[in-house]
Design a protein around this ligand. Structure first.
Ligand code: B1M
Length: 212
């Protein structure tokens, strides 16, 4: 669809004002927010990732693309979260220490909220102890850890070890996600599940809560 292509191309250019306008237009045309997200915003961002990898574009371009991504996501967010629905469980969510990527993590948080979960978002660059201490103090059911960098993947294992030290391993379930991960890695570090995307994270969490 033409407007989705335009959203993707404007995001690639980092034209955040245009991405906002086009996202609103797409919504006004009655397009499903999930389609706008997947086939407009995420499609554009994955091209940005490929171009960045081969040095066709540089960090300032990626920063602008991220700003454009948020211009679109901010409009979709309220439509993806249903208000006033009773909470079915609590998730402590964050991106690991050393990693500033938060777009995917925020998207997963939005989808969890949309599914009726209470999400405590710790943001990015979160030290391992903060995940576990917050889960204990907030009596959370699940810890959700995100990372996009191969260099910070081992920090996820530190969160698992911290949960063992604090005696909550197995009681608080730990899910991990992010582009460089896979199920084998999750198993290797002792996480309870690897979740591919937000939809998959919702399924995992519901399964742990016996609500799926
Ligand atoms: Co950076 N970056 N970046 N970056 N960046 C990547 C990740 C990279 C793959 C680009 C590339 O080379 N092709 C590469 C990592 C290489 C590697 O580790 N092997 C990279 C690099 C190298 C870097 C820097 C080191 C660059 C530098 O400084 N020289 C630097 C690191 C800074 C740091 O964190 N310390 C850096 C910085 C940045 C920006 C700040 C400019 C910006 C982030 C802005 C922000 O997040 N606020 C940025 C961006 C935007 C990207 C790319 C282009 C896009 C990431 C994104 O938002 N994707 C990325 C390339 C790529 O991924 N193709 C890249 C869209 C998002 C919806 O997808 O985050 O994958 P994603 O989330 C998905 C799933 O992964 C999953 O669900 C989400 C929804 O489908 N998921 C979960 C994620 N977390 C989950 C948690 C779950 C479940 C599912 O449960 C808990």
């Amino acid at each position: 669809m033409e407007i989705l292509k335009q959203i993707s191309e404007s995001l690639e250019k980092g034209d955040f004002n245009r991405v906002g306008e086009l996202t609103q237009q797409a919504l006004d045309q009655g397009l499903d927010p999930k389609v706008i997200l997947d086939d407009g915003l995420i499609a554009g961002m994955s091209i940005v990732g490929q171009k960045f990898k081969v040095h066709e574009i540089f960090l300032p371009d990626v920063l602008l693309a991220a700003k454009a991504m948020y211009a679109g996501m901010d409009l979709l967010k309220p439509l993806m979260i249903k208000e006033n629905i009773p909470s079915i469980g609590k998730v402590v969510m964050g991106t690991v220490q050393g990693d500033l990527h938060d777009i995917g993590k925020n998207l997963v948080s939005i989808m969890l909220k949309g599914a009726g979960l209470d999400v405590i978002d710790l943001g990015n660059d979160v030290p391992p102890a903060k995940f576990v201490d917050t889960a204990i103090s907030e009596n959370a059911d699940v810890i959700g850890i995100s990372t996009l960098l191969t260099t910070t993947m081992p920090v996820m294992g530190e969160v698992v070890e911290m949960a063992k030290e604090r005696g909550v391993y197995g009681k608080v379930k730990i899910i991990v996600g992010g582009a460089p991960l896979n199920a084998d890695y999750a198993e290797q570090i002792g996480a309870d599940a690897y979740c591919f995307d937000g939809v998959n994270a919702v399924d995992c969490v519901k399964r742990f809560l016996g609500a799926g």
